[in-house]
Design a protein around this ligand. Sequence first.
Ligand SMILES: NC(=O)c1ccc[n+]([C@@H]2O[C@H](COP(=O)([O-])OP(=O)(O)OC[C@H]3O[C@@H](n4cnc5c(N)ncnc54)[C@H](OP(=O)(O)O)[C@@H]3O)[C@@H](O)[C@H]2O)c1
Length: 298
Amino acid sequence: MERRGLGRTDMGASVLGFGGSEIGYQQVAARTVARLLGSALDAGLNVIDTAECYEDSEVLIGQAIRGRRNECYLFTKCGHARGWDREDWRPASLLASIERSLRRLQTDHVDLVQLHSCSLAELQRGEVIAALEQARERGWTRYIGYSGDGEAARYAVECGRFDTLQTSVSIADQEALELTLPLARERRMGVIAKRPLANVAWRYGRKPAEGYYQAYWARLRALDYPFLREARERAVATALRFTLTVPGVHTAIVGTTKPEHWQQNAAMLAGGRLPGPDFAQIRARWRGVAEPSWVGQI
Ligand SMILES: NC(=O)c1ccc[n+]([C@@H]2O[C@H](COP(=O)([O-])OP(=O)(O)OC[C@H]3O[C@@H](n4cnc5c(N)ncnc54)[C@H](OP(=O)(O)O)[C@@H]3O)[C@@H](O)[C@H]2O)c1
């Protein structure tokens, strides 16, 4: 699998990474996660992203990669140790959360800890960044990053204290292509594309009940890309290749609960970057249709 240098870090990241939220929220069985990650590592995937609040995701990943820790880069996040709705940005809480992540992941250090979408005001106060720097000094993480979108992500790039940016990039979420990615590239930051398949939100015939999918579902109906009418597998391939063709993106962390989907996604990448005209068409359609309110989705 193709690898790209993750900005100025020493990591050569596989272009297809593993997003760990789904296995946690959907309570996937430990046996399935072991199969999923085992086959992914065998095929050359080396980026595994999770977070403090994806239910048991960290525990499941820790169990699944036990014995293979040195074959992958482990990324986690902090800021919501007691659940997504209960954010807590106090430095002591962030450090306690990172320590807990190490225990859950069964490792003595992670490769990257990211602030899990704190606000611009929180970033500007600076204590949250200092807490991550302290974790790095203690050897708990090799690098530090910001995960989020919009003006906060822009500040995270500008302030020069982060090694990486994790941000939403997909056929349904293109704000970052102008707001943050050109500058991140100039500053040699590692860029991790989250929600890279736009959650395959076009698969729903009607507005999905789950709020997380609704914005992308509505945007994709308006964008009405012709390729979304092709067979599901082909359309997913185009969506994934679009994200990985965006200048500055190093790895796309796809969430999946199904080992067979992981394999399909890896196979899709054999085609490499999207041809120039296809990429330009998707960009042109976005520019023509996107409304000012279509900002980066957390
Ligand atoms: N604020 C933040 O920091 C933040 C926010 C959101 C996400 N993230 C990170 O980004 C990762 C990815 O985000 P995400 O999972 O929301 O979005 P995503 O990767 O765009 O979409 C995941 C969805 O795509 C489906 N899928 C995957 N491969 C498929 C295939 N070959 N064919 C059909 N469907 C397929 C999965 O369903 P199946 O399970 O059926 O395969 C899943 O429902 C997360 O796991 C997390 O690590 C971070």
